[in-house]
Design a protein around this ligand. Sequence first.
Ligand SMILES: [Fe+2]
Ligand SMILES: [Fe+2]
Length: 162
Amino acid sequence: MSNDAIVLLKEDHKAVRKLFRQFHAQGSDKGAVVSRILEELTVHTYIENEVMYPRVRELVPDLEQDILESFEEHHVADLLCAELAGMDPGDERFTAKATVLIENVDHHIDEEEGEWFPKVREALGRKELQEIGEQLLEAKQKAPRELSQPGALRKAADAVLS
Ligand SMILES: [Fe+2]
Ligand SMILES: [Fe+2]
C-alpha cells in the first residue's frame, strides 16, 4: 500500500463522499449516516491540521494563501459538525444543516484535489510525500474520534451555540 500523503488523503475523501451519497439516498438512516460522517471528518480534519497543512506551509511557501483558506474551511466545517453532534436527527433543521455541511466539504475537497494538491505533488519529491504520509498515518492513530465521546461533542456544540 502506498503511503504517499496525497494518495492517503484522497482515499479519505473517497470514503467520506461515499457517505455523502448514502446520506442523499432514498430511505437512508440520516442520523446514523451523519454520525459516521462526523467521525470521518473529525479524524481527517485532525490529520490535515496537524500534519499536512503545517508541513506544506513550511515546504511550499507559495501555497500559504491556499492553506490559510483551507484552515478557514475546516473551521466552518468544525462548527457545523459540533452543532450537528448536539442535535436530534428528528430536528427540523438537522437535514438542512447536514446538507450545508456536505456542500461545504464537497467544495473544500474539490479545491484540495483540484487546486493545491497537484501543486504540492509538483513541488515535493516522492520521498517527502511518503514521509508526510507516514506522519499522517501516525497522527491517525492518536486522532480524536469524538463520536465515541458524546459528552465532549455535546460540550463543543454547547460552546458554539452559547
Ligand atoms: Fe481539508
Ligand atoms: Fe482533505
